[in-house]
Write a protein that binds this ligand. Structure first.
Ligand SMILES: [Zn+2]
Length: 122
């Protein structure tokens, strides 16, 4: 008897299937093959789910939203300078805000501006 490398079940050699160099039983093989390789569906689902219910933002995300509400649209440089954020911090927070459809970016000429998702003026 051989062992499935995923679930550890004993499998007779003729029932083993090979996938990416691993010996798997029939069940595990199908499990792996049947799972679609989508681009992190949980992140999108989680964000959408949160947006439709109670929105819980980090303090950084909340500050960005508040600031955009008051002063937007703004450039990345302005937001980072006003809120004392690094470009990386802002982009991380903004990615979540964009997912939740709370904020968005758009182009004004050559400049990328950031504003609230439902800002009607831009
Ligand atoms: Zn298995």
């Amino acid at each position: 008897m051989r062992k499935c490398e995923k679930c550890g079940d004993a499998v007779s050699p003729e029932d083993l299937r090979e996938l990416a160099g691993k010996q798997l039983c029939d069940d595990c093989y199908l499990d792996v093959v049947a799972t679609p390789k989508t681009c992190d569906p949980w992140a999108v689902y989680g964000a959408k789910n949160t947006a439709s219910q109670e929105v819980i933002l980090t303090s950084e995300q909340q500050r960005i939203i508040d600031h955009l509400k008051e002063k937007g649209p703004l450039t990345l440089e302005q937001i980072c300078a006003h809120l004392d954020l690094t470009e990386g911090q802002f982009k991380n927070s903004f990615a979540t805000l964009r997912h939740m459809e709370l904020a968005r970016g758009f182009k004004r000429g050559e400049q990328v501006m950031y504003t609230l998702f439902d800002d009607p003026s831009s």
